[in-house]
Write a protein that binds this ligand. Sequence first.
Ligand SMILES: [Zn+2]
Length: 411
Amino acid sequence: MSPSPSEHRINSCPTCASQQLQSVYRVNQVTVHSVLLMPTRQAALDYPRGDIDLTYCRSCGFGFNALFRPEVHEYSTRYEETQHFSPTFSRFADELIDDCIKRYRLTPDKTLLEIGCGKGEFLLRLCEKSGCHGIGIDPAYVPDRIHSPALNRVRFIQELYHEDHGKLEADFILCRHTLEHIGPTHQFVKQVRASMHQRTDVDFFVEVPDATTTVLQPLGFWDVYYEHCSYFSAGSLAHLYRHNGLDITQLQRCYGDQYLLIGGRPAGKPATSALALECDLQEQLKHIDRFSRLIHQRVDQWRQRVKQRSDRGATVLIWGGGSKGVAFLQTTGLSEKEIPFVVDVNPYKQGKFMPGTGHEVISPQRAAQLKPEAVIVMNPIYGREVAEQLASLGAHPQILPLEDATSPDPA
Ligand SMILES: [Zn+2]
């Protein structure tokens, strides 16, 4: 399908306003949500769809879906984004919490505000460990799901973040895995900055996927999906802060280099000088060009790899019923004939169906009974956890890591 003249396109960079844009990758008719649970196969197949035109800004290195329409989104309590059922992720969250408490001096007299707190696990744990008070904002918050000794110090607002929330006073504002879901990035950070008013001692901490290490470098088409309308590099994230009058006090990669962490507070005069990690534009442009050249061949490579096995009767499963799995299946077009099931440790997902393709999500126990020949693990950081869990259940499949960045470029 070629772009129709009526197609609504974003024609300037949402982060820096430049019009020096390059369209690098297009996927049509993908579901507008990847992690909403589908109760039936039919509901999964009928889910609303939209188009992606992954477009990069050659001025700041920021990527975005130029065809994104925010009005299609439904962030309700059905939104199942939690990763806390994985021990690897819980360990990471605990370390991050300890680091935040130390780095940002989160003492019990302080109030923390989390924009996009999901079910509130992280905020509650942070308040438990620091003794702080908390405010969490998220339309997907479900009351009474999490039990925590800090519950009486934390207030949840079941809404999308909007201007009125600027009146809420906080000493530390955090926003984890939310900014990549926000289209007008500059406008959003401007709003957060405005909520600090004259205070210069409020820290703003953001965690987002690093799209350079997770999408561009590994040719990671499984990390390109409709909900993610914004794709950050370290440099473009830093630009967003500085352009809104925030100095950068922390900028680093973490979680096997998959995520970017940034912290900052209202800038003094003069502003601090650029950090090494920010100065990545020339490298970023090379990554963008390579991605644009090779991405369609990489999709085809994966399709063939699975088909060869299923053609000779071997069972191949996907491990991970989240957005990566959904994007992998929708982009490759692999059906239940080639991949009969998707496995997930999250009990809330089991028995439900993958949006767009209708694959059923099953438990690790059921997966082990199928004696799969190979399991494609949607996140390399869980590779060992998956192998160990399946081995303990008597299955020993070959583990295929998805982010095979070391494999040669497709011809
Ligand atoms: Zn830009």
